[in-house]
Design a protein around this ligand. Structure first.
Ligand SMILES: C[S@@+](CC[C@H](N)C(=O)[O-])C[C@H]1O[C@@H](n2cnc3c(N)ncnc32)[C@H](O)[C@@H]1O
Length: 236
């Protein structure tokens, strides 16, 4: 199994399924994580410096809507995700008196930004969907300013046995609820189970961050099998 890549056909199918998650996204996410997801999002927000921040794979804006201050740019390959996020995120930013966020269509593997242009990059529950993780991290490093930080959250396995338990959780617990909420047997969360199965261990991505040239890489398992937070810096 290559924990760094998703085949093109599979990725296109995954993206089609992600569009179908939009109406149910937050509800099923809360259930799947036993309500812990808001705590993890808050932890990431607290790790971000003030300045120009890029969220890669913003989805419907579940994280971005609570990022306060600074300059926020949200990137996603799915126009429907960007549309949902823009309404939600900019309504909150205007309540807080913050400048509107910008919404950009694109992928991590080919970031449409100049070199050295962000103080921080974050990616929550999206890294596991990147079709070429090494290329996405290399691009992230290119667009980060020297000393800029990257923070990633996703459900890594601790080891292969642990991965089987996680798969059981996703298939049975999350799968049954998703079937009920979406009202269909063939619900889009089946695809999220697939990406979970193909995702590697916490250590795999510590190594990958180091290999592409990040420094000071740290990984914290905040909930085994459901959330690891990786953080690292671009060399100064
Ligand atoms: C599960 S959603 C995560 C949404 C949000 N960040 C959150 O905190 O819940 C994953 C998002 O990653 C996006 N994505 C998938 N592949 C990507 C890639 N190669 N580059 C950037 N984003 C990608 C998907 O379109 C989707 O909107």
């Amino acid at each position: 199994m290559d924990v760094g890549r998703i085949e093109e056909g599979e990725w296109n199918e995954l993206q089609r399924n992600l569009v179908a998650t939009i109406p149910f996204y937050d509800r099923i996410n809360r259930f799947a994580t036993l309500g812990q997801v808001s705590k993890w999002r808050r932890m990431v927000r607290e790790m971000l410096p003030e300045g120009r921040v890029l969220e890669i794979g913003c989805g419907p804006g579940s994280f971005a809507e609570d990022v306060k201050g600074g300059e926020l740019i949200c990137l996603d390959p799915i126009p429907e995700m960007l549309g949902a996020a823009e309404t939600r995120v900019n309504a909150k930013r205007s309540q807080h008196g913050d400048s509107p966020a910008k919404f950009v269509e694109g992928t991590a593997e080919n970031l449409p930004f100049e070199n050295d242009s962000f103080d921080a990059i974050c990616s929550l529950f999206s890294f596991r969907d990147w079709y070429d993780k090494r290329a996405g991290l290399t691009e992230s490093l290119r667009v980060l300013k020297p000393g800029g930080s990257i923070v990633i959250v996703d459900p890594a396995k601790m080891n292969r046995v642990h991965g089987l338990l996680g798969l059981f959780w996703m298939r049975v617990w999350v799968g049954s609820y998703a079937r009920l909420v979406c009202g269909q047997r063939d619900h889009p969360w089946k695809w999220l189970t697939k990406t979970y199965a193909g995702f590697g261990t916490t250590k795999d991505y510590v190594r990958m961050l180091d290999d592409v040239g990040f420094e000071g890489t740290k990984a914290k398992v905040v909930f085994p099998g459901m959330a690891t937070i990786w953080s690292a810096r671009a060399p100064s």
